[in-house]
Design a protein around this ligand. Structure first.
Ligand SMILES: NC(=O)c1ccc[n+]([C@@H]2O[C@H](COP(=O)([O-])OP(=O)(O)OC[C@H]3O[C@@H](n4cnc5c(N)ncnc54)[C@H](O)[C@@H]3O)[C@@H](O)[C@H]2O)c1
Length: 294
């Protein structure tokens, strides 16, 4: 079987940028056709065309839809067209479902006045795109038997699921819901041989990050505290996804897996790096004697 002849597809929601784009490139290099959904305006379409070109250069298909992933009618159209074009004849299967949508309202829940306060429509839209859409796309893939044994679902979460940031209330709630849906799908799809895990990426320089007020400071702090000595890059997640497609990963289900160089495990209090402790010579100044066990 040449790579081109594979029946394995990756359905990537949020394919055009950041983690979605890097993962599409990496999966295409590793034998997958890409069915991608994104929401772009004219200005960012050249980058989308470059991505399609890169995927096709590997010998795989890039079938992209520029649409709102939360639109139910369009979701049905995408999946029905996929069945007509690729599934019925060629037995194409969705082996990877990668949920990487960034589309939320960054506003305080309360704010200083009425105009700052997030609205019901904004809150519901954020939850719908960034969390509920995972359930609807998964249900529709299962209903159509596009996804089955051996498939993997990955969702993109962040520290914001369990920690708060200014302006991040709605997205934080969406991340908590997304992690919960991830675990629930792990439970319900496990018997069908489909595993579902959330990937917790570190702070990563993408268009979505740069919409968060204070993003540059976040990136600076993340870089300073990350044990890897740098911030997370989209390619780190892309490589992790390909690694997790290995059969040895079959029994790892329902987890939130850090793909962040250890960043989320470090509490940053302003030091430049770990070795600054050595400069302070804290142990030398301390009266604590590690050999004294009395
Ligand atoms: N960047 C970070 O620091 C970071 C860290 C952890 C987790 N995440 C999460 O990773 C995911 C992807 O973020 P990113 O940083 O790669 O963002 P990004 O802005 O680079 O990419 C977002 C993608 O989602 C698509 N999109 C947005 N709204 C859409 C909609 N309604 N319908 C269809 N497509 C839509 C965009 O077209 C784009 O392809 C998000 O869930 C984000 O919360 C980001």
């Amino acid at each position: 079987m040449t790579r081109k002849d594979t029946n394995a597809w990756a359905l990537i929601l949020g394919v055009s940028s950041g983690f979605g784009a890097a993962t599409a490139r990496e999966l295409a290099r590793n034998g997958y056709h890409i069915l991608g959904v994104h929401l772009d305006r004219q200005a960012t379409m050249p980058a989308v065309q470059r991505l399609v070109h890169d995927i096709e250069k590997t010998g795989h298909r890039a079938v992209f839809y520029n649409m709102n992933a939360a639109d139910e009618t369009k979701r049905h159209e995408v999946l029905d067209t996929f069945i007509d074009l690729y599934h019925r004849e060629g037995k194409a299967e969705v082996k990877v479902l990668f949920h990487s949508l960034a589309f939320g309202t960054l506003k305080p829940l309360i704010g200083r006045n009425e105009s700052e306060m997030i609205t019901k429509a904004q809150l519901e839209m954020t939850l719908d795109v960034m969390a509920n859409s995972l359930v609807y796309w998964t249900q529709d893939c299962v209903r159509r038997r596009l996804i089955g044994r051996g498939a993997r679902i990955f969702t993109m979460t962040s520290d914001g699921a369990s920690m708060q940031l200014p302006y991040y209330g709605a997205v934080s709630a969406a991340k908590s819901a997304l992690e919960s849906y991830t675990r629930q799908l792990a439970l319900e799809l496990g018997p069908r041989g489909i595993i579902c895990n959330a990937l917790l990426a570190g702070v990563t320089d993408t268009p979505a990050l740069n919409k968060i007020p204070g993003a540059r400071n976040m990136l600076f702090a993340a870089t300073a505290k990350n044990p890897a000595g740098r911030a997370t890059m989209p390619e780190d997640v892309a490589r992790a996804v390909v690694a997790m497609m290995h059969p040895g990963f079959d029994f790892i289900n329902g987890n939130t897996i850090g793909v962040d160089g250890g960043e989320s495990k470090v509490n940053y209090v302003g030091q430049k790096n770990t070795f600054q402790y050595a400069d302070l010579n804290l142990l030398a100044e301390s009266t604590w004697d590690p050999t004294d066990v009395s």
